[in-house]
Design a protein. Sequence first.
Length: 102
Amino acid sequence: MREYLIAEVAGLCQHYRVQFHHSADSRRDLGNGVPDFVIAGPNGIIFRECKSATGNLTPAQASWKWTLRANRLDWSVWRPADLKSGRIRAEIAALALRAVCL
């Protein structure tokens, strides 16, 4: 189910034309616990960890969570229920919205 969630998030990012990065195999990355997605658009940047309905953060992931939040950056966990509720689509779409100049 986690792989499905990751594929859906990537598809939504492409649909809304926001920039995103997902490390397909974090075992090859230097460092541990980096969020699954970094997503950026005209309205900001968010960091999201994708977990199953019952998945827990590792200590390294929790460290990233608190470090990013301490710097007032938007970090959160997405779960399959967030896809169904529309939360993920809404958060990605919000990054893509452009301010209207009057």
